[in-house]
Design a protein around this ligand. Sequence first.
Ligand SMILES: [Zn+2]
Length: 83
Amino acid sequence: MKPSKLLRHLNAKHPGVKDKSLEYFERKKREHEGQKKFMRATTSIKENALRASYLVANRIIKAKKPFTIGESCPPLKTFAVNF
Ligand SMILES: [Zn+2]
């Protein structure tokens, strides 16, 4: 965004912070970067868990046994823990 338009946006949409120092905005930026990193980390953990869940369910389906087999079948237990 052009600096002039950015300034207009700041004055029009965020009048409460228009007089804040440069340090304030730099700190906000660092906080935002930290939140982004945190979001990325937690999202990838969930994706790994989802993937493990899918792979275990897929093996159970391929075995053509009831879903409760996951609790009693040693190879599947090991598979799930190793993920
Ligand atoms: Zn804004």
